[in-house]
Design a protein around this ligand. Structure first.
Ligand code: GLP
Length: 232
């Protein structure tokens, strides 16, 4: 695992270049995307690179990490909508290549099973982009999530619901095992609010109480952290 401590601006630029590099490496790359406010400048930078002709998303296949249960894709509060607004509508990714967990469906078991199958049949994720929750969650894998967990329905912690400002109690998320299967991982963490958790993730014990700590066992993970988040 590589940890890069940079200014936020540099971290965003370097992370975006890493995404571009992976896209160029293959004819049809599979990229895992994340949501949250940390990702906004990254998507802005990727859109800028696209407009400058530096990257082409027409053959990229995407899988997003997670979605709230009870929200269909066209709901304004959904992560699907966030992705459309901040990224998909601004680049040339093809609608048919966008994969999303549909939180509006009741048969979540088959939704999750099908998602795992689709990831596999598309050749596996080449690069998974991640943010981190203040309690160490990745995707919506809250503390207690096992290293081998797969895409499933989870309960959100009170902390996550408060910070994210949502009433939804459940979500669908790729599992830790699903994330760890990605060939490469890029994690971004910015700001003072992440300094405590970054210290724990990088220096604490690896285990299910701190889901992001499992990333230390990944062969090709890069953490892009700004100076504030790296303070401790
Ligand atoms: C949400 C998402 C995560 C994200 C995290 C951090 O809970 N499910 O994928 O990494 O929040 O969000 P932020 O970037 O807003 O701090």
């Amino acid at each position: 695992m590589k940890v890069l401590v940079l200014s936020k601006r540099e971290a965003v630029e370097r992370a975006a270049l890493e995404v571009v590099k992976r896209i160029k490496r293959k004819k049809r790359s599979v990229i895992g995307f994340a949501t949250g406010k940390t990702m906004i400048p990254l998507y802005r930078e990727l859109v800028r690179l696209y407009r400058a002709g530096k990257v082409d998303f027409s053959k990229v296949v995407s899988f997003n990490l997670d979605e709230y249960v009870g929200l269909s894709s066209n709901d304004k509060r959904s992560f699907r909508n966030y992705m459309n607004r901040n990224f998909f509508s601004k680049v040339n990714i093809k609608e048919k290549n966008i994969n999303f967990l549909d939180g509006g469906r009741r048969n979540w078991r088959s939704v999750c099973r099908d998602y795992e199958k689709r990831i596999k049949s598309s050749g596996g994720i080449d690069l998974q982009i991640l943010g981190i929750g203040r309690n160490g969650h990745i995707g919506f894998n809250e503390p207690g999530s096992g290293e081998k967990s797969r895409t499933r329905k989870v309960k959100l912690s009170a902390m996550t619901r408060t910070i994210n400002g949502v009433k939804f109690r459940e979500a669908l998320t790729m599992g830790i095992g699903t994330i760890m299967d990605a060939r490469g991982i890029v994690l971004l963490a910015f700001g003072k609010e992440k300094e405590e958790i970054m210290k724990k993730v990088l220096e604490g014990r690896v285990g299910r109480e701190l889901p992001a700590s499992f990333l230390r066992r990944h062969k090709d993970a890069i953490f892009f952290i700004d100076r504030e988040a790296a303070q401790k």
